[in-house]
Design a protein around this ligand. Structure first.
Ligand code: HEC
Length: 125
């Protein structure tokens, strides 16, 4: 029997969603190595424009502070704040809202997910 490509995609989608739900932090939350990786990415790519608690040097005021972003309902004034939309925003802000002041940072999907997982821990700070 040959593999059904649609079925495979559905399974992948499910795994991605399940992984994201895990990263968003029920139970133990994201692992420390991943949070450290996120801080490094944020320091390099976001700090100039955003205040981000827990990331030294992230005091930019070009964009809004990301403190408490986990509890904010709308991202960039337009999009319901879900793990999927937050990752999409970080990965491709110009696709989501062409012409807005946040540039495409050239991050991979995996890097965007790592950053989003960190940002979702900020509700506790
Ligand atoms: C050149 C400056 C700049 C850089 C670099 C930048 N951003 Fe932004 N960001 C902005 C601006 C400006 C906005 C507001 C966009 C809007 O609302 O139209 C924004 C909005 C956001 C929002 C939505 C905030 C809210 O309160 O709705 C998030 C989340 C975000 N950025 C995350 C990031 C992350 C993560 C990085 C690093 C990967 C990053 N940004 C890099 C300028 C930047």
């Amino acid at each position: 029997m040959t593999a059904d490509p649609h079925g495979t995609a559905t399974v992948r989608g499910f795994i991605a969603t399940a992984a994201l739900a895990g990263l968003a932090g029920c139970g133990g939350g994201p692992d420390p190595a991943r949070l450290a990786q996120a801080r490094t990415l944020i320091a390099a790519d976001c700090a100039a424009c955003h205040q981000v608690p827990g990331v030294s040097g992230a005091k930019g005021r070009v964009g809004p502070s990301l403190a408490g972003i986990a509890k904010q309902q709308i991202i960039a004034g337009h999009f319901a704040n879900t793990p999927e939309t937050l990752v999409s925003w970080i990965e491709h802000p110009q696709h989501m809202l062409p012409g807005n002041a946040m540039p495409e940072m050239g991050l991979s999907h995996e890097q965007a997910r790592t950053i989003a997982a960190y940002l979702y821990t900020l509700e506790d700070r």
